[in-house]
Design a protein around this ligand. Sequence first.
Ligand code: NOJ
Length: 546
Amino acid sequence: MPSAHATNDWWRTAVIYQVYPRSFADSDGDGVGDLAGVRQRLDALTELGVDAVWLSPFMTSPQRDGGYDVADYCDVDPLFGTLADFDDLLTGAHDRGLRVIVDLVPNHTSSEHPWFAEALAAGPDSPERARYLFREGRGAAGELPPNNWQSVFGGPAWTRITEADGTPGYWYLHLFDSSQPDLDWSNPWVRERFREILRFWLDRGVDGFRVDVAHGMIKADGLPDYTPDPEGGSMGGDALDVPYWAQEGVHEIYRDWRKVLEEYDRERVLIAEAWVNPLSKMAQWVRPDEMHQAFNFGYLETPWRAEALRLVVDESLEAFGAVGAPSTWVLSNHDVIRHPSRLALTPPPPQGEGIGPRSPRHPDELVGLRRGRAATAFMLALPGSAYVYQGEELGLPEVSDLPDAARQDPTFIRTAGEMYGRDGCRVPIPWEAGAPAAGFSTTGVSWLPQPEVWGSYARDAQRGVPGSTLEFYVAALAARREHGLAAGDIEWLETEPAVLAFRNGGLTIVANTGLVPVSLPDGEIVVSSGPAGDGVLPGDTTVWLR
Ligand code: NOJ
């Protein structure tokens, strides 16, 4: 058995694989993936060569936002199984040396959480209401929302309730869907509940938490009006004065949580989903007494251009290095257009927006795949911890032809179809070409329709096939480990403009971000994102040379 459990600081170099449980593997044929499905497919992850699994939420939830609307933080939604299924999955993963990270959603609950139901029932000015951000409306009869904030998913960030006596009452804040009321983190009661929730999962043996909206839990005093830049991504951005993002007070919460984690043996981790720019500011989330890692969204959002990539890599290593944290590297997740498709769109739509039949531009699938693989090969050679989103090891593109009727992202619903949202990266993944639902479910049912091409991307169609995307990922992850790249240092080499080259762990990594072939330095090719050799490095290709 791998000795990962004995190793301290495992997270500094880990490759963490994101499972979006709805779309990974369905064991009971209802068309929605589940925990038993993940358990059955664990060997595929060890074969791939990752170190840890991060599970997107599987807790009790009405599923208005794919489970990011939690109605019970300490139970499993029947859609995904039971706590016993979770324990079984955890044991199966640990037996294989895989760590398990669970998703924690502390910014908001579901409106179906008992805490919210109690708040509604208890009436204005009650301690129950004080768990959330209820405010009186503006206007003569309180008919206007308390401020002008807009939901990340579109429309106002406030919903007015009807009080028990039938009169229109207070408004509650929801930075996301109206089914996701924001908690009031200035309330010690809320803080104590979450310490209990952390301990519940730590006691079960999880290796850490990915913390949802880790930059949003504290709101500025007085909840002042704010009008965001329409060009910025929905989850934050460069602006420094947003009254609901990146408020100083959030750090105190993580310092407190860090102490809770330190009550436990083995190293357990906190991972921030904090859409904060610049990276030097994001690094505040991973100061030594706060969280361990933060998703490097600055890197994710960097175009496939040599100059921009070199800049963001340097900036990342410097910013995270300055606080003693590893940088992370990530190209895809369940909230963004899958990177092969995204990198083939210049410029890509802003974060949170997808592509669909009415989009003005559509990525070229082959260009995207080549570029996506080249970007992955570049990323996996960098020192630090890397994330892989389920299906990227198969080279899956964004699904851009989902019919409107199939779409489920609240973004699509709240903008009346004006924004496609994130369904295109969440389509259940293919395992076996020719099998019902490409092996995702036994019955052929799939909660989002899978496209015709899925079969050609299926895992069994790529396994053992030289040159396939799957085999490229397996080779890159193995070489990354063998050469200690994750714990290494990089030294840039001077090259021609569209090319990036650096040394790490005794290897030379060369990425051609342009379209024109360039000459390939001498050396044995250890990993290649696509065909290369005979002194030629084609465009959109990365190689690792010994
Ligand atoms: C970020 C999650 O990744 C996303 O999927 C979710 O919709 C929002 N947070 C709200 O929880």
